[in-house]
Design a protein around this ligand. Structure first.
Ligand code: SF4
Length: 115
């Protein structure tokens, strides 16, 4: 674990609270923009620009625009899940995409997934 992965107990507790809140919203049927996926440079830039317009605590809009799902997206042999995304910090269970910066579960997914 690198030094930058170490978070304080207070931060862990806060992450956990936010993660549970996000999970509740997803479980309660928040409709997110799962498709089209953002594969091209232009599609990614468009999504990022929309996310940049949001306030830091506008979790619903973040999850809607990013197309969050509570399960991995795609087929079993071609799955997109946070745990395999380049933005995922394993030990903190955290998404470090600058426009998101959210605590997430490893099996969640979004359309900004990158390997
Ligand atoms: S960018 Fe990656 S780590 Fe962040 S929510 Fe999307 S899939 Fe998960």
């Amino acid at each position: 674990m690198s030094e930058e992965d170490v978070v304080s107990p207070e931060q862990q507790a806060e992450d956990s609270t936010v993660r549970k809140e996000l999970e509740k919203r997803l479980s309660n049927g928040l409709q997110t923009e799962i498709e089209p996926r953002a594969y091209s440079h232009e599609e990614i830039l468009e999504l990022v620009a929309r996310l940049q317009d949001l306030s830091e605590a506008d979790y619903d809009s973040m999850m809607v625009i990013a197309g969050f799902t509570i399960k991995p997206y795609g087929e079993e042999d071609d799955e997109q899940a946070c745990e395999t995304c380049m933005y995922y910090k394993v030990h903190r269970k955290f998404c470090e995409l600058p426009e998101l910066m959210l605590p997430v579960e490893p099996e969640w997914s979004c359309r900004l997934w990158r390997i």
